[in-house]
Design a protein around this ligand. Structure first.
Ligand code: AP5
Length: 213
């Protein structure tokens, strides 16, 4: 089973992919997480992608496609996969379809998470992440964690450099220009399901799982 979670920055793709993958025993594959890990390790890949991420631009397709297709090969047929944040443009979507088709496979479902722009900006400006386990937290909700450390593993919490207001604005611009057109691409393939992404996290997970049934 191959599932794509789509939606603008801050829609809750990462939060929901983690939860749904846990519930349905799927792999969670997110290029953003892989790139951040590479930057943290100061690897060659990290050095290549850092500038694009800090500017809120997409990392070049040849790098992203290669990394994701290699990871899909590594995962193999044992487990289904949730792709969170891939594909993000037409070139990536076609590359993914072609690679799967060669193995007689296909994307099963694409879930598009819908959230108003005002709420996206609010979420991103109050987001904190754990350096160790990558779990996201919000400093503006009632269940606000103690920002001294990750409630899950005790790791240090930090704010992403691309969550600065000017970079968020650029990421949203890139999303509407490059990624949003994929909604119609998958709708035309009858694979798209829309899910309302505002409300409680658990409630949205239940909606996501219903959308996949
Ligand atoms: P990536 O890491 O994928 O960032 P993004 O798509 O901009 O998405 P976010 O991680 O910001 O948001 P999300 O939708 O996952 O929401 P989250 O669950 O975290 O990509 C980063 C960069 O990597 C890109 O800009 C690009 O440079 C590069 N990149 C990645 N993929 C690429 C590709 N395919 N091609 C080329 N380049 C690529 O939630 C956000 C916040 O909201 C959190 O604080 C969370 O706790 C909170 N929250 C979640 N749900 C709720 C809720 N229901 N109510 C209230 N708060 C909530």
């Amino acid at each position: 089973m191959y599932i794509i979670f789509m939606g603008p920055p801050g829609a809750g793709k990462g939060t929901q992919a983690e939860r749904v993958a846990g519930e349905l025993k799927l792999e969670h594959l997110a290029p953003g997480d892989l790139f951040r890990q590479a930057v943290k390790q100061e690897s060659d890949l990290g050095n290549e992608v850092q500038g694009y991420m800090e500017r809120g631009e997409l990392v070049p397709d040849e790098i992203t496609i290669r990394i994701i297709l290699d990871k899909l090969d590594d995962i193999g047929d044992e487990k289904g996969v949730i792709l969170d944040g891939f594909p993000r443009n037409y070139i990536q979507a076609v590359a993914l379809d072609e690679a799967l088709e060669k193995q007689n496979k296909a994307i099963d479902r694409v879930v598009n998470i819908q959230v108003e722009q005002k709420e996206l900006v609010r979420r991103l400006s109050s987001r904190w992440l754990c350096r160790e386990c990558q779990s996201p937290y919000s400093s503006s909700t009632a269940d606000n964690p103690c920002l001294d450390g990750c409630p899950g593993c005790g790791g240090e919490l930090y704010q992403r450099t691309d969550d600065k207001p000017e970079t968020v604005a650029r990421r949203l611009e890139v999303y509407y220009k490059e990624t949003a057109p994929l909604i119609d691409y998958y709708r035309n393939q009858c694979k798209l399901v829309e899910v309302e992404g505002e409300g409680g996290v658990e409630e949205i997970t239940a909606r996501m799982i219903r959308a996949l049934e």
